[in-house]
Design a protein around this ligand. Structure first.
Ligand SMILES: [Zn+2]
Length: 190
């Protein structure tokens, strides 16, 4: 390359080669595709008389999470992680809990919207990893199904989705089974 920099023709060839291997930014400039990482966190209270929906799966339990939508704390954290990787506002901005349209809504629609925004920017979800923090019930038997539903909502493969669960060692509000929390990261290439 150094030997040919004086030739106008090969300089242009080199520039075009470089452009082929680079992506185009939002402003139309050429720039390298990069990985963007987002983080999401959510928490909901556990109350009697509500279904417990986690990762799109209804799990038999004595209590469920309270919220305007189905209160799927795991999907909400993942949604915020995806939106965060886009540099966007959080889930509440797009789906305000004052809007009757989202009353008891399945959180699958929130993930679909986040995925739509990724696609709109020619982005690609590389992977998502999430941890649910809940004292009870045991969610391990449901994790494979959660991954399947999260992957379907985001339009990615199951291997791109990580879901783990931990207790809070009986400490704090989660340990007292007053609520559940979830955290997630998402990486997006664009
Ligand atoms: Zn939430």
């Amino acid at each position: 390359m150094l030997g040919s920099v004086c030739s106008h023709h090969s300089w242009r060839d080199q520039r075009e080669d470089a452009h082929k291997s680079l992506g185009r930014s939002e402003r139309g400039e050429y720039s390298a595709r990069m990985i963007h990482v987002g983080i999401g966190y959510d928490v909901h209270a556990l109350v009697a008389g509500r279904k417990l929906i986690l990762g799109g799966v209804e799990i038999p339990h004595t209590k469920g999470l309270d919220g305007h939508s189905d209160a799927d704390v795991l999907m909400h954290a993942i949604c915020d992680a995806v939106l965060g990787a886009l540099g966007e506002a959080d889930i509440g901005h797009f789906f305000p809990n004052t809007d009757p349209r989202w009353k008891d809504a399945t959180s699958i629609v929130f993930l679909q919207e986040a995925a739509r925004q990724v696609g709109q920017r020619q982005g690609k979800i590389v992977n998502v990893d999430a941890t649910l923090i809940a004292q009870q019930p045991k969610v391990y038997p449901h994790i494979a199904e959660m991954k399947k539903r999260i992957a379907a909502a985001l339009g990615v493969g199951e291997k791109q989705i990580g879901v783990k669960a931990t207790t809070n060692e009986r400490m704090g509000f989660i340990g007292r089974e007053e609520g559940m929390a979830a955290m997630a990261v998402a990486s997006i290439e664009f």
